[in-house]
Design a protein around this ligand. Structure first.
Ligand SMILES: Nc1ncnc2c1ncn2[C@@H]1O[C@H](COP(=O)(O)OP(=O)(O)O)[C@@H](O)[C@H]1O
Ligand SMILES: [Mg+2]
Length: 703
C-alpha cells in the first residue's frame, strides 16, 4: 500500500514535469509564432498602405496627366483667349474615358483667368466665380504651376489636378480634372483589401449632396463600395479609435480581419480623411507560420519524448543502482554473519549467505540449490525431540509461520552434511517489505549448535559418571570409617572368645567369666549391629528435608567417625550452639562432614602431625547457619587451593585419592542445599600453641 502510493506520487510528479516542460517549450514556440505573425502582419499592413498610396499616386498622376494633355487643347485656349461664351462639351471627354479606360468617373472644369468657371463636364452650370473658395486655384495662378490635391468638396472626396493654361506665356485659365476614389477602392477589393474611406467630421456641413450618402455618425464614408461588414466594425469600435491608431495594424477578433489605417492630408497638411483598410485573416497566407508551428510541435514532442525517456532511463537506472547497492549491502551483511541465513518470500528462497553455501557445499549457488529444492524444509531430518521441526507442516501450519508464531520457543532442526548430523537453533522473523514492493519476506537464521550439543552430551555423560563414582566414593569414604568403628568391638569379641577358648581348654572357664564374656560379646555384637544400622540408614537414607537440631546432626557425624578419630589420635573440639534448628538434608550434610574429616585425617598422616585437632564451630550469622571445620594439618598449598573442588582433583596416590570427595561436597551444598562452601588456610593459637591448617566454611539457609 505504502509503496503503491509512492509509485503514484512518482508518476504524478513525472506527468507534471512533462506538462511543465511541454508548456515551457510550447509557450516559447507560441511566443515565436506570435512574433512571426506580428512581423508578417506588420509587413502586410505596410504593403497594404503602400499599395493604397501607390494607387493614389497613380490616380493623382493620371488625373494630372489627363489635365496636362487637355490643358494644351487649342480649342479651350481659344475659347479662353477670346473670352467667348461658348458651349464647351467637356462631358464627351468624360464619356470617352468612361468607355475606354478604368476612369469611370472623371470630370473636367475650365476656369478663366478671373476665376470664373466657364465649363463643367458634370453640369451645365457656369459663369460663377470660384476663386474665393479655392485656395488651390489661387496658388496655381500665383505659382503658374500645375497642382494636384485631394479634397472634400460639396459632393465628395475627390482628386483634383489643376493645370494652368498658357497663351503667349501668360496664364489664361486653369484646366481641372477631378476623379473619385472608387476606382482605387475597387482595385483594392480585387486584391481582397476592403477599404473604408472615412472623412473628418468637419466636412459634414460642406457636403451638401454627398455622393455615397453613407455616414458613420458625423463621418462621411467616401467610397461607395464600402462593405457593411467593414462598416459594422468601424461602428462598433468607433471612428476615434482608428483616427488615433498608432500601431501598424490591429486584429478584429470578432470578424477575423486585419485592419490598418492610412491618413490622408489636405493641401494644408491637415488630416482630412482616413483610409481604413481591412484584410480578412483567412486571405492572409500564414501557412509557413502554421507549418512552422506544426514543425515546432513535432520537435517539442520529440524533445519531450527524449527528456521523458532520459528521465525515465535515469530514474530506472538510479533505482536499479539503488537496488544493486541495497542488494550488495544486504549480501555483505548476510555474508558476515556467523550463522546460516536465508531470506524467503512466500514462494521460494530469494537470498542466502555464504554460510548457507558453505554448509550445502554440494551446491555452487542458490540457483543450483533451487534446482533441486525450493524449500530448505525438505532437508530437515526426522529427529526424535519435540523441539525439532521435521517437516514442512507443523501443527497444521506452514513451518515458517509456525516458527514466527512460536518465536518465544527455542526450536531446532537437524540436517545432514556429509552423512553427519548437524543441529541448529532456527529462528524466523518477518521483515518489513522492501520500500518499493508489497511482497513480504522472512529471514531465517540457523545457528549451528552441533558442537554445543556434543559438549552438552559429553558433560551430561561426565556428570553421570561423576555421580556414579561419587556414590562409590561416598561408600568408600564411609567404609574406611566403618572399618575403624568395627576394629575395637571386633577385637573385644575376638579377645573374649579366644580367652574363653583358652580357659576352656585348661578347664578353667568359670561360669562367671563365661557369662561376663558372653555379655561382653553380645554387647559388642549389638554395637556392631547398631553401627551397621547407622551406616545402612545413612547410606540408604532418603533424601528428605527435615527439621533437625544442628547439634544432633553433628552428633550423628561424630558417632560415625568416633572410632576413626580415636584410632588416628584426632581430638575433635566442638563449639556448637545446641539450639539451632536446621530444615535440611541431614544425611547429605553428614556425608559432607565425613568427606572433610577424611581429608584432614589424610593430611595429618601425610604431614606427620603429632597433636591432631579438628575444630567444629557452628553459629548463626545474618540469618544463615555457619559451620566451620578447621584442622591443624598445615593447610592446602596456595597453588592448588582454587582447584580442590574440581572433579578428579587430587594430590594423593591413585590408590588413595579419587579427587571426588570435595567435588561431591561442593555439589551437595551448593546445588542440593542452596548453600555455599569455601576454604581458607588459617594460622591460629590453641592452648598457647601456634597452629596452621585448612578451614572449610559452610553457609546454609536456615529453612
Ligand atoms: N584439610 C586438608 N588439608 C590439606 N589438603 C587438603 C585438605 N582437604 C583437601 N585437601 C586437598 O584437596 C585434595 C582434594 O580432596 P578430595 O576432593 O577429597 O580428593 P581426595 O581426597 O581423593 O584427594 C586433596 O588431594 C588434598 O590435596
Ligand atoms: Mg578426600
Amino acid at each position: 500500500m505504502k509503496s503503491n502510493l509512492k509509485n503514484i506520487i512518482l508518476i504524478f510528479i513525472f506527468i507534471i514535469l512533462i506538462i511543465v516542460i511541454y508548456d515551457i517549450l510550447n509557450y516559447s514556440t507560441n511566443e515565436k509564432i506570435e512574433r512571426l505573425k506580428d512581423h508578417k502582419y506588420t509587413n502586410l499592413s505596410m504593403n497594404m498602405q503602400k499599395e493604397f498610396n501607390q494607387l493614389i499616386d497613380v490616380k493623382r498622376n493620371t488625373t494630372l496627366a489627363i489635365a496636362l494633355l487637355l490643358a494644351k487643347n487649342n480649342y479651350f485656349i481659344d475659347a479662353l483667349v477670346k473670352n467667348k461664351d461658348f458651349n464647351l462639351d467637356l462631358d464627351s471627354y468624360s464619356g470617352i474615358l468612361k468607355e475606354h479606360s478604368d476612369f469611370k468617373n472623371i470630370w473636367f472644369q475650365i476656369v478663366n483667368k478671373d476665376g470664373v468657371s466657364i465649363a463643367r463636364s458634370w453640369t451645365k452650370k457656369r459663369g460663377d466665380n470660384i476663386l474665393k473658395q479655392r485656395i488651390d486655384l489661387q496658388r496655381v495662378f500665383q505659382t503658374k504651376k500645375a497642382s494636384t490635391s485631394i479634397s472634400i468638396g460639396k459632393f465628395d472626396l475627390t482628386f483634383k489636378a489643376s493645370v494652368p493654361i498658357f497663351y503667349n506665356n501668360k496664364i489664361v485659365g486653369i484646366f481641372e480634372s477631378i476623379s473619385h476614389l472608387n476606382s482605387i477602392t475597387n482595385e483594392l477589393i480585387k486584391k481582397d483589401i476592403f477599404p473604408v474611406i472615412v472623412a473628418e467630421e468637419k466636412y459634414k456641413k460642406q457636403l451638401i449632396d454627398p455622393f455615397s450618402k453613407i455616414f458613420i455618425g458625423d463621418n462621411y464614408i467616401a467610397n461607395i463600395n464600402a462593405k457593411e461588414k467593414q462598416l459594422e466594425v468601424i461602428r462598433r469600435i468607433g471612428v476615434p479609435f482608428f483616427k488615433n491608431l498608432s500601431d501598424p495594424y490591429i486584429i478584429d477578433k470578432k470578424t477575423k480581419q486585419l485592419i490598418t489605417v492610412v491618413k490622408m492630408y489636405d493641401i494644408n497638411n491637415q488630416a482630412m480623411s482616413y483610409a481604413i483598410l481591412f484584410k480578412p485573416l483567412e486571405k492572409i497566407d500564414i501557412s509557413q507560420i502554421t507549418q512552422l508551428k506544426t514543425n515546432m510541435n513535432f520537435y517539442i514532442i520529440l524533445l519531450v519524448l527524449i527528456i521523458v525517456i532520459f528521465i525515465y532511463y535515469f530514474v530506472i537506472q538510479k533505482y536499479n543502482n539503488f537496488l544493486k547497492e541495497e542488494h550488495k549491502r544486504l549480501k555483505l551483511i548476510l555474508d558476515t554473519q556467523p550463522n546460516i541465513m536465508l531470506i524467503t518470500n512466500t514462494k521460494t528462497i530469494v537470498e542466502v549467505n555464504s554460510k548457507f553455501l558453505e554448509f550445502f557445499n554440494k551446491y555452487s549457488s542458490l540457483d543450483h540449490f533451487l534446482s533441486e529444492y525450493n524449500c530448505i524444509c525438505y532437508l530437515f531430518e526426522d529427529f526424535d525431540d519435540e523441539d525439532y521441526i521435521k517437516d514442512k507442516i507443523v501443527e497444521n501450519k506452514k513451518w515458517i509461520e509456525y516458527l514466527i508464531d512460536n518465536s518465544h520457543k527455542i526450536l531446532k532442526v537437524a540436517m545432514k552434511k556429509d552423512g553427519e548430523l548437524h543441529h541448529f537453533i532456527i529462528k524466523a522473523s518477518k521483515i518489513d517489505s522492501n520500500k518499493f514492493s508489497d511482497e513480504f519476506f522472512t529471514v531465517i537464521v540457523l545457528v549451528d549448535i552441533t558442537s554445543e550439543i556434543k559438549i552438552k552430551k559429553e558433560i551430561e555423560y561426565k556428570n553421570k559418571l561423576i555421580n556414579e563414582q561419587s556414590k562409590m566414593v561416598a561408600m568408600g569414604e564411609m567404609i574406611g570409617n566403618i572399618a575403624h568403628q568395627w576394629r575395637q568391638p571386633l577385637s573385644i569379641i575376638t579377645t573374649a572368645v579366644t580367652s574363653m577358648q583358652l580357659e576352656k581348654e585348661f578347664n578353667r572357664l568359670s561360669d562367671e567369666k563365661f557369662n561376663k564374656n558372653c555379655d561382653l560379646i553380645n554387647k559388642n555384637a549389638q554395637y556392631l549391629s547398631k553401627t551397621i544400622d547407622d551406616f545402612k540408614n545413612f547410606i540408604k537414607g532418603d533424601r528428605s528435608k527435615r527439621i533437625t537440631k544442628v547439634s544432633s546432626i553433628i552428633e550423628s557425624f561424630l558417632n560415625l567417625v568416633e572410632a576413626a578419630a580415636k584410632n588416628n589420635n584426632i581430638e575433635i573440639i566442638l563449639n556448637v550452639d545446641n539450639n539451632i534448628d536446621l530444615n535440611g538434608y541431614e544425611n547429605e550434610l553428614i556425608q559432607c562432614f565425613i568427606n572433610i574429616f577424611n581429608n584432614s585425617k589424610d593430611a595429618f598422616k601425610e604431614n606427620n602431625i603429632k597433636d591432631r585437632f579438628i575444630f567444629i564451630d557452628s553459629y548463626i550469622l545474618n540469618d544463615r547457619l555457619i559451620i566451620k571445620i578447621k584442622d591443624n594439618a598445615l593447610g592446602i598449598p596456595e597453588n592448588i587451593i582454587s582447584k580442590i573442588f574440581d572433579p578428579y582433583f587430587t594430590t594423593k596416590h591413585q590408590s588413595q585419592g579419587t579427587g571426588l570427595g570435595l567435588n561431591m561436597t561442593y555439589k551437595l551444598i551448593t546445588e542440593g542445599m542452596d548453600g555455599s562452601i569455601l576454604v581458607n588456610n588459617k594460622r591460629f593459637k590453641y592452648k598457647e600453641q601456634e597452629y596452621k591448617g585448612a578451614e572449610f566454611t559452610i553457609s546454609l539457609p536456615l529453612n
